[in-house]
Design a protein. Structure first.
Lengths: 279, 879
């Protein structure tokens, strides 16, 4: 599925970590890795130098890992240039790191990250790095909705990431509590919850299994954003891989946005995947 | 690879820094990018929103609608007093809201206590120069300089260290010092010896470390996040009250609609009928329920405080009563945390502590390789060392020697050594875990002779060691050797030792614990012990205190980590479970799994990293004496004496509170029928309304309140801790209670009310079908008689409701003196309503003569006798 992987580098340390994830994915997918640095006009010389150093380190690491690796350094508007590289190099998935401005703005509206997430014609993995001591995950949490768009790509991505790091996968589905007017919230045991496992999640498990990845599954009633953070914290997960939000701005304002909640204060490193490959 | 497994150069490279630290510019950039190094509180619902919520829950909405209808009614038909009713209902909404808000509001201080564990300033290297900066300005990649006494500001990887010892108690709960180094190592980050963690303390030595996680990303931030985010959910009582209000709402609305329709059918005017329907709804809503419940909980918490259980969250009073599992620590809770030497093994044989004088070297090592002190008639120091010192002082006496060197204890070596001058010679004295002592011993002291420690002798020692741990003893190995005059005093001294013997120490169980455990068994409450001790020690103590009878499931920390949730749930469903060699960080998972299985869980804790489990459990119980501020702030209850038996006493009180809430619900609901029947009579019999809406409120929010509260103070009954915990599907208001109130006690009260009403009317020449003005003194006297009848019969009902099955004479008429206070208030308030002009003015009443009281009193006696007879039938035939 992923033959050409792009990792966007900038002057920040987190972009190097994000590119590290791309490098490991490229290794297990035997894909070509393209490291790209787009120098914006306002950038200082020191920033450009830092970014080049990062590129150099990653390039060396990729070459030592036996990967087919290329690096591109250009000046210009990040969105336009990355879009051009994606099209020109037939990129299947691009790894981008978030910046503080992405988290500060509600629903990260108007940020470069959002523009890239929406505007790139390939799958996008938006990486938020908060822990530099756990960049090689051992436990990956994958929150899933009842209906999963691009199921196969998400399962493939999860499986390959787990394979790349030898990590265990934990699927988590946050559901609405079972309630009745007179009895209030009804407690269900884990076995009873399992019997209510949505079809798409069963299919996701099947696809993971076909890729040789076993997973542990759990369901919990409650508010998605909060519950996912709690699950990741209490089970000490190293990485969360979740799908990009499909909620409109209005729906996000009215019903909240779990992706935004997690982006703002993730308990561990977080990858938000916006898949583009059809099932 | 993880940060702990990287070489120094790789660490610096991966964190984008160098030996000269970050540049100021880069540090500023990272600060902007990653934010300050601080513990932040999870976003919470604002206080104002929480207050507003008290006005928008189901019962409040119901009351708002009732108030709205009353105002509408007053607007359309002025002069009926409906506006007063509307204001009264709004008053009730506010009282309920304020009561509940005050009860739910608790200043969140656990995060504040966590913050206090982080330092204010820290030394860093930036631009190659050492400088001190505020700890909140630390960023990923900063090189920090640490030395003895420093608090660690962030999670960092050591790249240089000199004899560095840290105390990680705030993270792991283990107070033993840990020796650190800077070499790469594999394994879990938290267990790594080359990593320092935020919130921990450097005990000695020094080092340089590179920061890899700051603020909420640190392990410490992880605890803060969990502590701030975990919510135990609604308490069983809160859930039951929601259910109760919904049932009441349904009953009230249905009755309102049915009687509205009935009124229309018999030809009543729309607005007259409408007011009547509102009256029915108001009569059904127990306005005083929430304040009464809150006050009953407050009284319960005061009783618990007298029994050394300090309740921080009122709802927890009742939650305690519903607990099905207690997850408890061992040391200090089940045991006294006061070690005593119980057994010895020397010269190849077991011996009692009284033989200590016969083992000279055992005494020397125990006394001299020891940091405990006996000062001003008191022992001070670590409980194990105190026990050794005390034993030698008691059986041998004080020993004199100069200590010239010490190799402190650390959790990796699991031993401590000192070099002492004894009779002019330098002795190396060592005590510690027997396996470790055996590893460094090559000889053994047998009958004052030193011989080579051969394999068969090692096996004998291990057998003796196992035998002592099997008795629940903590075992230490002791060894010594003479240090040559030219031998340097350093950490390499611990070798070629002479094994002197074993000492078995016991942390005796608290004397009250076996009885408390027996009571828990009778009450159907499971107890799960979670301890850091070895399996043998844990099992032995569990057997001694009666915690286990058969073959329990024992899960060790390492196994716990490996097991999946499904596997753990299966093991947890076993009747007797012990967790051994556990660290507090796993408690949260145990609590979550038990809750998933439908248990109501109480958990004890004292350390910083117990905080998430304390917050997540249905009842978090912190230790008042040994507990940290963070644990106390996170808990729902604080044990003032750290004693397990206090938890069981508190559970008994909690169960009593639930029973008492049922009693006063039954009491409050009984008066609904005599409040509804007058309305029915008004519609169906076409008579003047026998009880006005304000008179209903006088009962619900006036005369009924204190007697109901007094019922909330009933003592726990004898059988309370012999019943199993109540089932989750057991309702606060069930058919039995409802039918007793509505079909048995209520009708007697209604009969009294209507008798009083008609007696006044007929004795004043009233004719059937004659409608009276609302200010007619005869009508006002009649309604006053109806109201008085309800109050008089409610006096008898208080006694009737003291038990659902036991006779009042058996419980003891005077065992709850508050009942008499409540009744006195009830009667005085009623006298005010009947005889004081203000009371008459507010409640539209008129004074009645003594004869009417005398006519009504027999109804109270009938109610009391009828209830006693019902209880007799119940006791005799079990119906």
């Amino acid at each position: 599925m992923y033959k050409n992987i792009l990792a966007a580098i900038n002057e920040h340390l987190n972009s190097e970590v994000a590119a590290g994830y791309a490098l490991h994915l490229a290794r297990v997918c035997k894909a070509r890795l393209i490291l790209a640095f787009i120098a914006e006009r306002k950038m200082t010389g020191e920033s450009i130098e830092n970014a080049h150093k990062s590129m150099h380190r990653l390039f060396e690491e990729a070459r030592n890992a036996g990967l087919q690796v290329e690096s591109i350094s250009v000046a210009g508007d990040p969105l336009r240039e990355i879009k051009r590289i994606v099209t020109h190099e037939s990129i299947d998935i691009a790894f981008l790191s978030t910046r503080r401005e992405d988290i500060k703005k509600r629903f990260y509206a108007g940020t470069t990250a959002r523009r890239l997430l929406i505007g790139l014609p390939c799958s996008v993995a938006l990486v938020r790095v908060v822990h530099f001591g756990k960049i090689h995950p051992r436990k990956i949490l994958v929150p899933l909705k009842a209906r999963i768009a691009h199921l196969k790509e998400r399962a493939f991505f999860t499986a390959r990431m787990a394979e790349a790091f030898g990590a265990r996968v934990y699927l988590f589905h946050c559901t609405r509590p079972v309630e009745s007017f007179f009895l209030g919230e009804i407690h269900l045991t884990p076995l009873q919850w399992e019997a209510r496992l949505p079809g798409d999640i069963s299919e996701f498990i099947k696809v993971l299994k076909q890729s040789g990845i076993e997973s542990e599954n759990s369901l919990s009633p409650g508010t998605a954003g909060k519950k996912i953070a709690l699950e990741a914290s209490s089970r000490r997960h190293d990485l969360i891989i979740m799908g990009a939000s499909e909620r409109s701005l209005l729906a996000s304002i009215l019903r909240g946005n779990p992706v935004e909640e997690l982006l703002r204060e993730p308990p561990c490193n977080l990858i938000i995947l916006k898949p583009r490959h059809g099932d | 690879m993880a940060i702990n497994s990287l070489a120094k150069e790789e660490v610096l490279r991966s964190l984008g820094t160098s030996e000269h630290g970050l540049t100021e510019g880069e540090a500023r950039k990272r600060y902007r990018e990653f934010g300050p190094n601080e513990i932040r509180e999870a976003r919470k619902t604002p206080l104002i929103a929480r207050f507003i919520k008290q006005f928008t829950h189901f019962l409040a909405i119901l009351l708002w609608i009732a108030a709205g209808l009353a105002f509408l009614s007053d607007y359309l038909h002025p002069g009926e007093g409906m506006a007063t009713l509307g204001f009264a209902i709004i008053g009730v909404i506010f009282i309920n809201a304020i009561f509940t808000f005050v009860q739910e509001y608790r200043a969140e201080k656990s995060i504040e206590s966590l913050r206090r564990l982080l330092p204010f300033n820290v030394k860093v290297v930036r631009d190659g120069r050492e400088r001190e900066i505020p700890a909140r300005e630390i960023v990923v990649g900063d090189m920090i300089i640490l030395s003895g006494g420093d608090r660690v500001p962030a999670d960092a990887r050591l790249i240089e260290s000199r004899y560095m010892m840290v105390n990680n108690a705030s993270l792991t709960g283990e107070s033993e010092p840990i020796a650190l180094h800077h070499e790469p190592c594999e394994g879990d980050l938290l267990g790594s010896r080359n990593v320092v963690f935020a919130g921990t303390t450097v005990l000695s030595g020094s080092g340089r470390a590179v920061v890899f996680a700051t603020g909420m990303s640190t392990e410490f931030g992880h605890i803060a996040r969990l502590t701030g985010t975990v919510e135990p959910g609604l308490s069983p009582l809160q859930i039951e009250i929601i259910r109760l209000t919904r049932i009441i709402a349904l009953i009230a609305t249905l009755m309102g609609i049915i009687f509205f329709l009935a009124g229309r059918i018999i030809g009543m005017g729309f607005w007259e009928n409408f007011i009547f329907a509102i009256g029915i709804i108001v009569a059904n809503v127990p306005e005083g329920l929430l304040p009464t419940v809150t006050l009953a909980l407050a009284m319960g918490s005061q009783r618990m405080a007298k029994r050394k259980a300090l309740i921080k969250n009122l709802v927890s009073v009742e939650s305690l009563g519903s607990v099905t599992v207690i997850c408890t620590d061992k040391t200090g809770t089940l045991t006294q945390n006061r070690m005593e030497v119980k057994g010895l093994w020397f010269n190849g044989a077991f011996a009692g502590v009284e033989k200590l004088a016969e083992a000279e070297m055992l005494c020397r090592v125990s006394y001299l390789c020891n940091n405990a002190k006996y000062l001003d008639g008191r022992y001070k120091g670590d409980p194990t060392e105190v026990a050794l010192l005390k034993a030698v002082r008691e059986y041998v006496g004080d020993l004199e020697s100069e200590r010239i060197y010490e190799i402190p204890f650390d959790s990796e070596r699991k031993r401590m050594s000192t070099v002492n001058l004894i009779d002019g010679e330098r002795y190396l004295l060592t005590k510690g875990a027997p396996e470790g002592i055996l590893d460094i011993s090559t000889r053994i002291l047998l009958d004052n002779e030193t011989i080579t420690l051969k394999e068969h002798m090692r096996e004998r020692i291990l057998k003796a060691y196992n035998s002592l741990t099997g008795e629940g003893l903590r075992v230490l190995g002791l060894a010594y050797r003479i240090v040559a005059a030219d031998e340097p005093l350093d950490s390499g001294l611990e070798r070629d030792m002479i094994f002197a013997g074993l000492v078995g120490l016991e942390d005796p169980p608290r004397p009250e614990v076996p009885e408390a455990i027996r009571r828990c068994r009778e009450a159907g409450i499971r107890i799960i012990m979670i301890t850091g001790d070895s399996t043998r020690t844990a099992l032995a103590i569990a057997r001694e205190i009666g915690l286990v009878k058969g073959e329990p499931v024992i899960i060790e920390g390492e196994e716990f980590r490996r097991l999946t949730d499904r596997q753990l749930r299966k093991r947890l469903s076993h009747e007797e479970v012990i967790f051994a060699r556990m660290t507090p960080k796993y408690k949260m998972r145990v609590v979550s799994l038990l809750k998933e299985l439908g248990h109501r869980v109480a958990v004890t804790g004292d350390g910083v990293n117990d905080a998430p489990a304390l917050k997540g459990a249905d009842i978090g119980i912190a230790m008042g004496i040994t507990g940290t501020d963070v644990a106390r702030e996170s808990a729902d209850m604080v044990l003032l004496d750290d004693n397990f038996a206090t938890i069981v006493n508190a559970i008994e009180e909690g169960r009593a509170v639930y029973d008492n809430i049922r009693k006063f619900i039954s009491y409050i609901f009984s008066s609904n029928i005599p409040e509804i029947v007058p309305y029915l009579a008004y519609v169906l019999l076409r008579i003047p309304l026998p009880l006005t809406i304000l008179q209903i409120l006088a009962v619900d929010l006036g005369t009924d309140m204190l007697p109901a509260l007094a019922l909330g103070a009933e003592r726990p009954t004898q059988d309370l801790m012999k019943r199993p915990p109540r089932r989750p599907d057991e309702r606060l208001l069930n058919i039995k209670i409802l039918s007793r109130a509505y079909l048995f006690l209520g009708p007697i009260e209604a009969a009294a009310g209507m008798t009083g009403y008609f007696y006044v009317l007929y004795s004043n020449g009233w004719k059937w079908g004659e409608m009276l003005s609302s200010i007619d003194p005869v009508y006002m006297q009649a309604t006053t008689a109806c109201l008085t009848a309800i109050v008089i019969t409610q006096v008898a009902n208080v006694f009737a409701c003291r038990s659902f099955t036991e006779s009042v004479f058996r419980i003891g008429f005077f065992t709850n003196r508050l009942i008499f206070v409540g009744i006195a208030f009830e009667i005085i308030f009623q006298l005010f309503i009947v005889y004081h002009p203000w009371g008459n003015g507010i409640f539209s009443t008129h004074p009645i003569n003594l004869r009417i009281w005398l006519i009504l009193i027999p109804f109270a006696l009938v109610l009391f006798a009828a209830e006693e007879f019902r209880k007799l039938i119940v006791r005799r035939y079990g119906v």
